[in-house]
Design a binder for this molecule. Structure first.
Ligand SMILES: [Zn+2]
Length: 168
């Protein structure tokens, strides 16, 4: 009788253990899914279509990598909680929590929303700079430098005209 009882207990413990493992596995998968953003479908328009759709200032920056005048963007002073989205296609790029005052005259962030940006190296100045752009419409946003605050140490120096702010 005692033997049967023990056997039952072992079975129950084993079942609980397997259930717990299953739970861990599910929680882990869910976390992984959240980390990894869904693949972003590209938005492709002709240069003419972009010119019609955007303001002249946004068009020059987003489509032809112009740089707005330092200090010209009202977003430099934007301190509310919310999301900064691409002015070309509304893809969310930055959260207000990662915005900081860099003193450069351009809206600056130390991190971006995972998957929302792609980078390339450009040589428009003598030294190489890392250009970044919207992952959906490939509109130019700004350049990333290694002199930002922790925890990333990066500074995403963004043209305000390439962004729209959506308050939370
Ligand atoms: Zn975009």
């Amino acid at each position: 009788m005692a033997g049967t009882h023990n056997h039952l207990q072992v079975n129950m413990i084993r079942r609980h253990f397997i259930a717990a493992l299953g739970g861990l596995f599910l929680a882990h998968s869910a976390a992984r899914a959240a980390d990894k953003p869904a693949k972003i479908e590209k938005l492709k328009l002709s240069d003419d279509e972009w010119a019609k759709r955007l303001t002249p200032e946004a068009y020059a920056v987003l489509r032809h990598e112009a740089t707005e005048r330092a200090g010209s963007s009202p977003l430099n002073h934007e301190k509310r909680r919310g999301t900064f989205v691409c002015a070309g296609c509304d893809l969310p790029l930055f959260k207000s929590e990662t915005k900081y005052e860099s003193g450069t005259g351009w809206p600056s962030f130390y991190d971006f929303i995972p998957g929302s940006l792609e980078t390339k190296t450009d040589f428009k100045l003598i030294y190489p700079r890392k250009e970044y752009h919207c992952a959906r419409c490939e509109g130019h946003q700004g350049h990333v430098f290694d002199d930002g605050p922790q925890p990333t140490g990066r500074r995403y120096c963004n043209n305000g005209v390439a962004l729209k702010f959506v308050p939370a």
